[in-house]
Design a protein around this ligand. Structure first.
Ligand SMILES: [Zn+2]
Length: 105
């Protein structure tokens, strides 16, 4: 019951809150960029089945590999790519929380 709320909250509400709090002058544009980073889930299309509610995305899908996540963190160092980095890292955090939730339940 709580897991979907946390998951979608991290995917939708937290990015909007981050944009509103930290990027107030351009918060709508920033929120849209943060939300657009969910396109990273297009790598699911390379898997069979495409969606599996019991599968942990982290370490399984191409753009959810540890090396990719390190690259997302490095992007944070570049101001022009920082918002994309935040969106991708937040996405990975949401997915990792899901994995942890599945592991303990
Ligand atoms: Zn994902």
């Amino acid at each position: 019951m709580l897991q979907p709320f946390v998951h979608y909250g991290l995917h939708f509400l937290v990015p909007i809150a981050i944009a509103y709090i930290f990027y107030r002058p351009t918060w709508i544009k920033t929120a849209l960029i943060l939300l657009a980073t969910m396109a990273v889930d297009l790598d699911h299309l390379l898997s069979q089945p495409v969606f599996d509610a019991t599968r942990c995305s982290i370490g399984y899908h191409l753009l959810h590999q540890p090396l990719a996540i390190i690259c997302y963190a490095i992007l944070f160092l570049f101001p022009r790519a920082r918002v994309v980095s935040i969106g991708l890292l937040l996405h990975m955090l949401a997915d990792k929380l899901d994995c942890t939730w599945m592991a303990i339940s």
